[in-house]
Structure formats: structure tokens, C-alpha cells
Design a protein around this ligand. Structure first.
Ligand code: ITT
Length: 201
């Protein structure tokens, strides 16, 4: 199926194309000529992902999906959460966000955290939601130079013995266990069984 992924984040696009493989053709906002800054004004991940996907559906009328992701840190009461992109201010500056997180966590013993993604898929004018979560912990210094965003500060439980952050895993390894990998795989599974894209014989 041909689907638009409503994101301006090239890292997300690469990850999702890798997860969906050749079964679905994933177009970017660029590919459909959408150069607008899509509003994200909701105060939940589900609200923001719906806002992005519905924006594209309403303007372009094509099947599309969006994700909104937050890093939820136990000791910070779930922050930065839905505000993860703007944690250190409006600039979407990932390095500044990581510095602020390290500083907020300086005196904390409880380092538990999770990434949570909510994907909204819009087909036939209806939104469908898929959630993915990965649990782990925040380390005290950056480690690894792959990935993006908060990846170099997050050790998923699946790699706790090796003490490897998301930024030290291959894309394949991250996708297999990640919040986005899990949510997108649920969407792919649902697409396989959904009646609207079946050939009715
Ligand atoms: P779009 O809204 O255009 O999709 P974005 O970068 O604004 O892209 P989000 O609002 O979903 O994406 O992400 C919020 C923040 O969380 C952002 O700063 C990212 O860097 C970070 N983030 C999202 N996914 C991540 C991941 O898989 N690993 C590490 N950080 C991630």
C-alpha cells in the first residue's frame, strides 16, 4: 500500500521505511509537496499524532499516518513526555534537550524511563491508533553516536547487561525492540487484516 508518513524527521522516516520494508511504499511530506509546519498543539501524544495525520488527510486526501513520541522519565513525573522536542526551549535542539535532561537527573537514583509512541493512521476518513513502548533507564553521560534525539542517553532493558544505548545499536536492533518499531509493526499487522485493503472475491 502507498502511505504518506506525516513527519519532518528524516531519522523517523528511515526507521519506518526499514520496518515496513517493500510491502508498503512510504512517501514523505516532501514527496507530496507539503512544506508546511504542521501544528502540534495537543497535550497528549495521541492528540498530536492525530493532529498531524488528520492535517495531511484533510489537505491531500491520501492514506497517511503520523507518530508522536515522548520520553517519559519516572523521577520527573513523566516529563519531558509530550514536550520532548521542546524540553530545552522552542528550538527543537536535541543536544540542548539532552543536556537539560542530564542536569535534571543529576541527583536522581531512580533512572527508570520509557519511550512511548502513538501512531495515528488515517484511512477512509477514520483514525486508527497504535501504541508502542520500550522500557529502560537514563544513564549519566552520553554514549554512542548513532540514532537521534535522546538515543545516546537511553539504555533499553533488553541491552542492560551490555549497557548499550539506542545510539550504539544497529537500526535493525533498535527497530526490533523500540517504541516506534512496536507501534509501526502493530499498524502493519492491522493493515494486513483490514478489510478495506483486501481484494474482495
Ligand atoms: P515530527 O513531529 O515531524 O514527526 P519530531 O522530531 O518533532 O518530528 P516527536 O515530536 O515525535 O518528533 O519527538 C519528540 C522528541 O523526541 C524529539 O526531540 C525527538 O528527537 C525525540 N525522539 C523521538 N523519537 C525518538 C527516538 O526513537 N529516539 C530518541 N529520541 C526520539
Amino acid at each position: 500500500m502507498r502511505l504518506v508518513f506525516a513527519t519532518n524527521n528524516q531519522h523517523k522516516l528511515d526507521e519506518v521505511r526499514h520496518i515496513l520494508g517493500s510491502e508498503h511504499e512510504v512517501l514523505s511530506l516532501n514527496d507530496i509537496g507539503c512544506h508546511e509546519d504542521i501544528p502540534e498543539t495537543a497535550d497528549t501524544l495521541q492528540g498530536n499524532s492525530a493532529q498531524k495525520a488528520l492535517f495531511v488527510w484533510e489537505r491531500y486526501g491520501v492514506p497517511c499516518f503520523a507518530d508522536d513520541t515522548g520520553l517519559e522519565v519516572e523521577a520527573l513525573g513523566g516529563a519531558p513526555g509530550v514536550y520532548s522536542a521542546r524540553y530545552a526551549g522552542e528550538g527543537h535542539d536535541s543536544a540542548a534537550n539532552r543536556r537539560k535532561l542530564l542536569q535534571q537527573m543529576q541527583a536522581e537514583n531512580n533512572r527508570r524511563a520509557q519511550f512511548r509512541t502513538v501512531v495515528t493512521l488515517v484511512v477512509d476518513n477514520k483514525p486508527y491508533f497504535f501504541e508502542g513502548i520500550v522500557k529502560g533507564r537514563i544513564i549519566t553521560h552520553e554514549q554512542g553516536d548513532g540514532g537521534f534525539g535522546y538515543d545516546s542517553l537511553f539504555v533499553p532493558d533488553e541491552y542492560s547487561e551490555e549497557e548499550k544505548t539506542f545510539a550504539q545499536l544497529t537500526q535493525e536492533q533498535k527497530n526490533t525492540i523500540s517504541h516506534r518499531g512496536r507501534a509501526i509493526s502493530k499498524m502493519a499487522q492491522w493493515l494486513q487484516t483490514a478489510t478495506f485493503c483486501r481484494v474482495h472475491r
